[in-house]
Design a protein around this ligand. Structure first.
Ligand code: ADP
Ligand code: MG
Length: 478
């Protein structure tokens, strides 16, 4: 069998988080009752004219800057014609041969290894409405709330080489648009969508094979599964001596397969022409520079800084920079206590706190435990006031009640027992109660030390200072 290589390029549609639509004042929100976020322009009533949304342009420029694109100082809108009930004007306003930005790149990690995918272009356009085809019914439903919601389309070069890599690339886009605050990245609600172009070629070939375009995948998992299915399908087609047909295929997540939707349209099918109702989009150097200086530190740079400056492991650094808000929270914890060791803080934020938040599906910005409160708790452990084990329970109580760690420790009498004579008494008691284990330990079974430590911790309700207990037990058992 010929070994084949997959060649994949993604076209990602990013809904921009503006209040109003790209060419009119109607609400761009998600989830309203059907056809309530409309106005005469959205409905394409005769005589209505588009007015470009300034904030949508700022969002598009932020993404262009964050991906190192060359920004076109004068870009143009064009009409892309096709006929479908959810497109009232009969054309979509998009950008064609003069998009707002070109030639950028997206950096991301694939199993910890840096990868870069080139971007062909980023262009602005309006979304279409949503059609719902009712099974068995002789009609379809059209909701125009989404019609005219601002989008950017981020088009990659065919640089991706596996389904998994495509999914990681898409995760990086989601992370980036969320860092930039230009899109909520919700794939289920369709704020982030992608079409995958897939072809295969014999390993070593330079020319690309014929591609198909996959649509209708609304999660990372489905993007990956749809591409894997398509690569396998194309491999079978070629192996049986047939040719891949250029077409658009629809992913059926229920069946885990795709089927042809239409033969691939060509650019001339759309009869693109310049949009006569909008002037060219002109952006000034000053606008670009103002936006450039407003950009946040980007995910990979922040991850690198957490590793280099704070000494975090690659895994911790990735976890704590997954979301901008998590990274902000973490840095506030570290800043709150001069005695707050960054690695220890990373364990608390990335471990216990995120676990509590995930369970509640609560964003970290709404954490009942503030960064300062967490820093205080960490200081109590570092200073030996409470044990690390008790601290976990204290955090759970802080999370549930909003109390401070000091209040909880005082009320519940959780102070760590470090007093030598008290610990000695506990250890002696444990040894007396377990003569058999003592005999085995003295007979050479070193592992039993853990058992004794555990008993001593139990005896003190988890409050004993573990290292001291360890030392005392070793001494008594020697
Ligand atoms: P269209 O706009 O008709 O979909 P484009 O030429 O703009 O066509 O390409 C769209 C996407 O298809 C891009 O992401 C590009 O990287 C990808 N692509 C182009 N050729 C191939 C190919 N042979 N195999 C896989 N992807 C491809
Ligand atoms: Mg396409």
């Amino acid at each position: 069998m010929t070994p084949y290589e997959s060649v994949i390029g993604l076209e990602c549609h990013v809904q921009l988080a503006t209040h109003s639509k790209i060419f009119s004042g109607a609400s761009a929100s998600f989830g309203g009752a059907p056809n309530t976020y409309t106005d005469p322009y959205t409905l394409a009533l005769p005589g209505t004219l588009p007015v470009l949304n300034r904030r949508a342009v700022a969002c598009a420029l932020k993404m262009s800057l964050a991906t190192g694109c060359t920004i076109r100082r004068v870009s143009r809108f064009a009409r892309k014609h096709y006929f479908y009930p959810d497109l009232p004007k009969g054309y979509q306003i998009s950008q064609y041969d003069e998009p707002i930005a070109e030639h950028g790149r997206i950096d991301f990690l694939l199993d910890g290894t840096p990868r870069a995918v080139r971007l062909t272009r980023i262009h602005m356009e309006e979304d279409a409405g949503k059609s719902t085809h009712v099974a068995g019914a002789a009609y379809s439903l059209v909701d125009l709330n989404r019609a005219g919601v601002p989008l950017i389309e981020v088009v990659s070069e065919p640089d991706l080489r596996s389904a998994k890599e495509a999914a990681e690339y898409l995760r990086a886009i989601r992370q980036l648009v969320r860092y930039l605050g230009i899109c909520d990245g919700n794939m289920e609600e369709g704020s982030l969508r992608c079409d995958a172009n897939v072809s295969i070629r014999p390993v070593g070939d330079v020319a690309y094979g014929t591609r198909t375009e996959l649509k209708n995948m609304n999660s990372f998992k489905h993007v990956q599964a749809a591409i894997e299915y398509e690569v396998a399908r194309q491999t079978e087609v070629l192996e049986s001596g047939q040719r891949v047909v250029q077409e658009t295929r629809l992913w059926d997540e229920g069946r885990g397969t795709s089927h042809p939707m239409r033969s691939k349209e060509q650019a001339h099918d759309y009869r693109y022409f310049p949009e006569p109702d909008l002037p060219p989009l002109v952006v000034t150097e000053a606008e670009i520079e103002a936006l450039r200086s407003s950009l946040p530190e980007l995910p990979l740079a922040r991850r690198a800084r957490f590793m280099d400056r704070l000494g975090l492991s690659p895994q911790d650094a990735a976890l704590l920079t997954a979301e901008r808000e998590i990274a902000d929270y973490y840095e506030q914890v570290v800043a709150a206590g001069p005695s707050c060791d960054p690695k220890r803080a990373a364990n608390w934020v990335g471990g216990e706190l995120l676990r509590e938040l995930h369970r509640d599906e609560r964003p970290i910005a709404q954490s009942p435990v503030s960064p300062t409160a967490l820093a205080e708790l960490i200081a109590l452990v570092a200073g030996g006031t409470i044990s690390g084990k008790i601290a976990k329970d204290v955090l759970a109580t802080m999370y549930a009640s909003g109390e401070s760690s000091k209040e909880i420790v005082a009320r519940e009498g959780l102070l760590q027992v470090s007093d030598e004579s008290e610990l000695l008494r506990v250890c002696q008691k444990v040894i007396e109660a377990n003569p058999k284990q003592v005999e085995k330990f003295r007979g050479g079974n070193d592992k039993l030390l853990g058992f004794f430590v555990g008993q001593a911790m139990k005896e003190t309700g988890g409050r004993a200072h573990p290292e001291r207990v360890n030392q005392i037990l070793r001494r008594l058992l020697a």
